[in-house]
Design a binder for this molecule. Structure first.
Ligand SMILES: Nc1ncnc2c1ncn2[C@@H]1O[C@H](COP(=O)(O)OP(=O)(O)OP(=O)(O)O)[C@@H](O)[C@H]1O
Ligand SMILES: [Mg+2]
Length: 379
């Protein structure tokens, strides 16, 4: 591609040296179909400038499709896509100011590391000195400067993926699209790469990252916000900790990690500070209300590690049960209690003494750590 091929009056070099201003990404009722079959239902979602938004969901839920629509590799059947306030729906991929990294590295095997990283800049006709400094910067960001002369086959999987990220960064994208960038790596390398991506974002706070994964722990670690897709539709979106603590539905609750789901009935819908009273068997609990009237059946959702066995300051809710299992694992103790017909899991970090199996047990949790969700599985 030559400078003229950018076709909007800017030269390629001007385009490359443009300060990497933070950029939003907007999906406005974006729908995608393959051969008439809709795989992404009208999606409306805003990614804030400089944020990491993780898009998670089961296999086939439409995550890659949504990312490909932003990148310009697939055309929506309806809706508009904006990057930094500009409607890019009709622009080709290379004019969108984005870079994408996919699961399987996709490095050019016959090119050395430095040439792989330089590829996008050469394709845009950048000057040699600019290419050299950009390649050096990009390799520096991912800690791969000393590997510049190697071929991809001479690198480990994690190193190859770092080069792939450097290659994406070299063109100074406003938005980085990552599609399961770590899923081909083994668990230990994956954990250290998650830390590296977090560091990379701390070094480049203006970079907006759309991070697709089906690993909820990657999403919880990295993301400012999480969007959950299910069957091509957005089923939940929110700030990471809020979504984890107070998922809006059962699917979101269970997709983000272990969740205790106890049947309760709203007893008093008069909200005090947003809290309403619910009944779980013999226990009366205060939790954040969801607007449903008294008498409505709901599931109370609380995470195993948000339950404690001793009342602490601010832990105003108590559920009584009978202890069925106690598994001491050094730092953590996993316990299972029977509450009515339900089993409740508890993960405790500090226990003064191991409780007796079969005995009565009181469990406590803070109202802010629980949510009420509808009984049905879906949205
Ligand atoms: N090129 C294509 N032609 C036809 N159908 C496709 C095409 N690409 C994807 N699909 C279908 O679209 C749906 C969504 O696919 P997509 O790749 O977006 O899922 P995903 O959420 O990324 O899944 P995974 O976690 O497995 O990567 C799937 O049912 C898939 O079979
Ligand atoms: Mg995918």
């Amino acid at each position: 591609m030559t400078a003229a091929a950018l076709g909007d009056g800017r030269t390629a070099t001007q385009d490359l040296v443009r300060a990497g201003a933070a950029s939003t990404v907007g999906f406005d009722k974006v729908s995608v179909a393959y051969r008439g079959a809709v795989v992404l239902k009208p999606l409306t979602l805003e990614v804030a400038a400089g944020e990491i938004l993780a898009m998670i969901g089961p296999s086939g839920s439409g995550k890659t499709t949504a990312l490909r629509a932003v990148a310009g590799f697939v055309r929506p059947v309806s809706g508009r896509i904006r990057v930094g306030g500009t409607d890019v729906t009709d622009l080709p991929p290379y004019e969108r100011g984005l870079a994408m990294v996919v699961q399987n590295y996709a490095l050019f095997p016959h090119m050395r590391v430095a040439d792989n990283v330089a590829f996008g800049l050469r394709a845009r006709g950048a000057a040699r000195t600019l290419i050299e400094s950009r390649v050096d910067d990009a390799l520096g960001v991912v800690g791969m400067r000393t590997f510049r002369k190697r071929y991809p086959r001479e690198l480990s999987g994690g190193q190859q993926q770092r080069v792939a990220i450097a290659r994406a960064l070299a063109v100074r994208p406003r938005v980085l699209l990552l599609d399961e960038p770590l899923s081909a790596l083994d668990a230990q390398i994956r954990r250290s790469m998650v830390e590296e991506i977090a560091r990379l974002h701390a070094d480049l706070p203006d970079l907006t990252i759309l991070y697709v994964t089906h690993d909820q722990s990657e999403a919880l670690t990295l993301a400012d916000r999480i969007a959950i897709l299910k069957d091509g539709a957005l089923c939940a979106v929110g700030r990471t900790a809020d979504l984890y603590r107070r998922p809006p539905n059962r699917f979101a609750a269970e997709f983000l990690g272990r969740a205790n789901l106890l049947p309760v009935v709203i007893e008093d819908d008069r909200s005090v500070g947003g809290m309403v009273a619910v009944r779980a068997g013999a226990d009366r609990l205060l939790v954040a209300g969801d607007g449903a009237p008294a008498g409505t059946r709901r599931l109370l959702c609380v995470r195993p590690q948000h339950l404690t066995l001793t009342a602490e300051l601010g832990y105003s809710n108590r559920i009584g049960g009978r202890l069925r299992q106690v598994h001491w694992q050094g730092e953590l103790t996993h316990l299972v209690a029977e509450v009515g017909d339900s089993l409740v899991r508890i993960v405790a970090t500090r226990l003064p003494a191991l409780p007796e199996r079969g005995g009565a047990v009181d469990m406590f949790f803070a109202p802010g750590d629980a949510s009420l969700i509808p009984e049905e599985a879906g949205v």
